[in-house]
Write a protein that binds this ligand. Structure first.
Ligand SMILES: [Zn+2]
Length: 699
C-alpha cells in the first residue's frame, strides 16, 4: 500500500501576528475547529504538504526555497509532531479508521479526556453551523458597522443610562429583588431561563456577526453549560486567527454591545408605558437581563468570558489565564515544595501581574463553585433540612473531581520526590515523639464547647405601677431613668368624688359618734346608735385608705423605665391602668434561644460572656434558667435568613443574668452571648458529632 502523505486542510486560514514582539502565524484548521500557532519557518514548511509530495520532495522544495538544508528524516519528524496535535487534514473516513486502529485502552483514554462532563466549569454540546444564516443577516444589516449607526447606538446608550440613573431607587432595588430567588416560583425561574436564553442567543449572534464583518467564518455555534448555568457559545477561533488586535477586541465587545442595544430599546419602552401592562413588564424583564447583571457577568475579567478576552487584547497577552496559572503553579512547586520542575519563563515586568491575576482568578473560580454547591444544598434544604449537605458535598465533589484528581497526583509526585527524605527523617525517637504529640492533640481537652445567640437586654426584675383607685394624674414626681427608693412617691391622683365621699363619711362618723354618746346618756336606742357609729367609722376609715391610694408609691427600689411620664399629668387613669414601669437594673437579663441540637451543652449556673453591640468590652454572665418548653423565636433575633418551607429546629429560651454594677448596661441594648461548656478533646468532639448525627438521621 502506498504511503499517504500529510496534507493541509483545504479550508485552512491563517494570518501573521506579532506576539510579544515575535512574528507568529495563527492558523485555523476547520476540520478540528482549532487554532495552531507556528513560527514563520515552520509554517512555510507545513504549507508544502499537499498530500502528493513525499517527505523527500518536501525536503527538497523547502531547501531550494529557503536555502536551508533539510533532509527527509527531519521533515518526517516535523510532520509527525504536527500529526500528534491533529494538525493535518483528515476526511471523515480517515478519522473513523484512526479510531478503529487505536487500541481499546487508548480509545478509552481519549474518551476520558474528551468526556463532556470532565470539567463542569465548561460543558459544551454539539453545535450547528450558522455561517449561511450569518452571511444572509450581514447582507441585510451591514449598516450596523457604519459610523452613523454607531453614533445613534451610543446616543441610545446615553439615554438609557440617564433613565437608569434618574430611576435608580426603583431599578436598583428591583434588580436585587429580581435576582434574589427566594420569592420565585418554579414558573418564574423557568421564564427567567427562557428570556435569558433569548438574550444570550442575541449576545452570541453579536460576536458571530462581528466575526463575519471582519471576513472570518463562524463554523459553529452551540449550547454549553458554564458553571452549570446554561449558555450559548460561538466559535470565533477563525476570527482570532484572521483579525487584527483591534478587530479581535471588537469581536469580544460585540456580545455586550448587542445586549446594550437590546437594553436601550427596552428601557425607553419601560419608561414610556403605563405600569402593570404586559409591554411594560416585558420591557422591564428585558432590562433586568441585559442591563446591570449582564455587564457585571460579562465584563468580569476573572472568568473566561468577554471581559477576559478584551483584557487579553488590551494587554496584548494571549492566554493570560493559562500562562499566569502555569507560572504561579510552577513557581510554587519549585520554590515552596522544592520539586524538580521548570518554572515557565515569564519576563520580569510581567511576573507580579501574572501572580496577582492567577491568584485572583483562582480564588474567584473557587468562590463561584462554592456558591453553586451552596445553592444546590439550599434548594434541597427547602424540602429536607437534614439532608441538604448531601447535594452540597455531591456537587462539590462533582465539580472538583478534576481538581481533586490532580491534587492526588501532585501529592503522589511530592511523595515520590521526597520519599528518601521523609523516610530518613522518621527515626525511632522522632516517630515516638510524633505519636505522643498526636495523642496529646487528639485526647487533651482543649476546645471548649460553646453556644452563641443574640439577645436584647431586659431588667431582671420589673414592676408595673398601676393606679389602684381611679383618678386624674395631678402630679408626677419622677422622670425616665431616675432611680427611686422603695416606697418613694411617684405621682398623685385627684378623685374629687372619692375625696368628697371621704369628707362626708368623716363628718357622718363624727355625728354618729355624738349621737351614740347622747343616746347612752338618755338611754334611748343605745344599741342602734352604737351600731351606726361603728358602721360609719369603718366606712370612713375605708374611704380614708382609698384616698391614701391616690398617692402612688414605688413598690421597689429601681429605675423608672417609662418614657415621658410627666406627659401623663392631667390624664385620667381607670382603676388598674398602668402609669409607669420600674425596673431593677442592678442585674439584667439576656435571653438567648438555643436550638434543640445544642441544648445539651447548656447547664444551670454555667458561665457565659456577653458582647454588647458597639461596646468594646465583655461582660460575664451566668445561666439563670432554661425553659422546659420550646418557643416561637423572637423574629428580631433570627440569625439566618429564613428559607421558605424549611422546618427549623425548636428553640429553647435560656436566661442569662449579668450584674450591672456600674450601671453601664441599659435595657434594650443588643448583642451576642457566648455560653461556655466543658472543654473537650478532638476525639470527644468528633465522637459527639458522630453520635448526634446518627441520633438525628437514623433514629
Ligand atoms: Zn460574549
Amino acid at each position: 500500500m502506498a504511503e499517504r502523505y500529510p496534507r493541509l486542510d483545504p479550508g485552512t486560514t491563517f494570518r501573521e501576528h506579532l506576539e510579544d514582539g515575535e512574528r507568529i502565524f495563527r492558523i485555523y484548521v476547520p476540520c478540528v475547529e482549532g487554532m495552531f500557532k507556528l513560527p514563520p519557518r515552520n509554517w512555510e514548511l507545513a504549507q508544502l504538504f499537499d498530500g502528493k509530495r513525499s517527505y523527500a520532495d518536501v525536503a527538497e522544495v523547502y531547501s531550494q526555497q529557503t536555502g536551508i538544508h533539510y533532509d527527509e528524516e527531519q521533515v518526517r519528524d516535523f510532520a509527525a509532531d504536527l500529526e500528534g496535535v491533529q494538525f493535518w487534514y483528515k476526511t471523515a473516513q480517515e478519522k473513523n479508521n484512526l479510531l478503529m486502529q487505536q487500541s481499546a485502552d487508548e480509545r478509552k483514554k481519549l474518551a476520558q479526556v474528551k468526556s463532556r462532563w470532565a470539567d463542569l466549569s465548561l460543558v459544551s454540546f454539539p453545535a450547528f453551523n450558522p455561517d449561511r444564516f450569518l452571511t444572509w443577516l450581514y447582507g441585510k444589516t451591514k449598516f450596523v458597522f457604519t459610523w452613523w449607526f454607531t453614533l445613534v447606538t451610543v446616543l441610545g446608550f446615553g439615554v438609557t443610562f440617564g433613565i437608569f440613573i434618574s430611576h435608580w431607587s426603583e431599578v436598583g432595588r428591583d434588580t436585587i429583588e429580581f435576582y434574589n430567588f427566594s420569592n420565585k416560583t418554579w414558573g418564574d425561574i423557568l421564564l427567567l431561563y427562557a428570556v435569558s436564553m433569548v438574550v444570550v442567543a442575541f449576545h452570541e449572534t453579536g460576536h458571530a456577526y462581528a466575526c463575519k464583518h471582519y471576513g472570518a467564518h463562524v463554523r459553529s455555534m452551540g449550547f454549553a453549560l458554564v458553571y452549570l448555568m446554561p449558555a450559548f457559545y460561538t466559535d470565533t477561533t477563525e476570527g482570532v486567527v484572521m483579525a487584527t488586535r483591534w478587530q479581535r477586541f471588537v469581536i469580544a465587545l460585540a456580545g455586550i454591545w448587542a445586549e446594550l442595544i437590546a437594553c436601550s430599546v427596552a428601557t425607553p419602552i419601560w419608561w414610556g408605558t403605563p405600569p402593570d401592562t404586559a409591554v411594560h413588564d416585558a420591557a422591564y424583564y428585558m432590562m433586568m437581563q441585559t442591563g446591570i447583571m449582564s455587564l457585571v457577568l460579562n465584563w468580569n475579567p476573572l472568568i473566561k468570558l468577554d471581559g477576559y478576552h478584551m483584557l487579553c487584547e488590551t494587554l496584548g497577552i494571549a492566554d493570560l489565564k493559562e500562562n499566569s496559572t502555569a507560572y504561579v503553579s510552577g513557581w510554587v512547586k519549585r520554590h515552596i515544595w522544592r520539586l524538580p520542575v521548570e518554572v515557565p519563563y515569564v519576563p520580569k515586568r510581567r511576573r507580579l501581574g501574572f501572580a496577582v491575576y492567577a491568584l485572583l482568578s483562582g480564588a474567584y473560580s473557587y468562590t463561584v463553585l462554592y456558591v453553586v454547591a451552596r445553592f444546590a444544598g439550599n434548594v434541597v434544604r427547602n424540602f429536607s433540612p437534614e439532608w441538604g449537605f448531601v447535594p452540597e458535598i455531591g456537587v462539590a465533589l462533582l465539580i472538583f473531581r478534576g481538581r481533586i484528581r490532580s491534587l492526588v497526583n501532585f501529592m503522589k509526585f511530592v511523595y515520590l520526590d521526597k520519599r528518601e527524605h521523609i523516610l530518613g527523617w522518621f527515626t525511632a525517637r522522632r516517630t515516638t515523639a510524633m505519636i505522643v504529640g498526636a495523642m496529646v492533640v487528639v485526647l487533651v481537652p482543649m476546645r471548649r464547647e460553646s453556644v452563641t445567640g443574640k439577645f436584647i437586654l431586659e431588667p431582671a426584675r420589673i414592676a408595673m405601677v398601676r393606679a389602684t383607685v381611679p383618678g386624674a394624674v395631678s402630679q408626677v414626681f419622677v422622670r425616665e431613668g431616675e432611680s427611686v427608693a422603695a416606697d418613694a412617691p411617684l405621682a398623685t391622683l385627684q378623685n374629687l368624688s372619692l375625696e368628697s365621699d371621704r369628707e362626708a363619711a368623716k363628718t357622718q362618723a363624727v355625728l354618729a359618734a355624738k349621737q351614740a354618746e347622747s343616746a347612752t346618756i338618755h338611754y334611748q336606742d343605745v344599741g342602734l346608735a352604737l351600731k351606726q357609729k361603728e358602721q360609719l367609722a369603718v366606712r370612713s376609715e375605708q374611704l380614708g385608705l382609698r384616698a391614701a391610694e391616690l398617692q402612688i408609691d414605688s413598690p421597689m427600689a429601681g429605675t423608672v423605665l417609662t418614657a415621658r411620664v410627666k406627659d401623663r399629668t392631667g390624664s385620667y387613669l381607670d382603676e388598674g391602668e398602668e402609669l409607669l414601669e420600674i425596673g431593677d437594673l442592678t442585674a439584667l437579663r439576656a435571653r438567648i434561644y438555643v436550638s434543640e441540637y445544642d441544648l445539651w451543652k447548656v447547664g444551670r449556673r454555667q458561665a457565659a460572656k456577653l458582647q454588647i453591640r458597639g461596646v468594646a468590652r465583655v461582660w460575664r454572665a451566668e445561666v439563670a434558667s432554661i425553659a422546659s418548653n420550646p418557643v416561637e423565636m423572637d423574629p428580631s433575633l433570627h440569625a439566618q435568613a429564613d428559607l421558605k418551607g424549611m422546618n427549623p429546629p425548636h428553640y429553647y429560651p435560656v436566661n442569662l443574668v449579668v450584674v450591672n454594677a456600674e450601671g453601664v448596661l441599659r435595657p434594650g441594648m443588643t448583642g451576642v452571648a457566648r455560653l461556655y461548656g466543658d472543654r473537650r478533646s478532638l476525639l470527644g468532639l468528633s465522637w459527639e458529632s458522630v453520635r448526634s448525627f446518627f441520633g438525628r438521621k437514623i433514629w
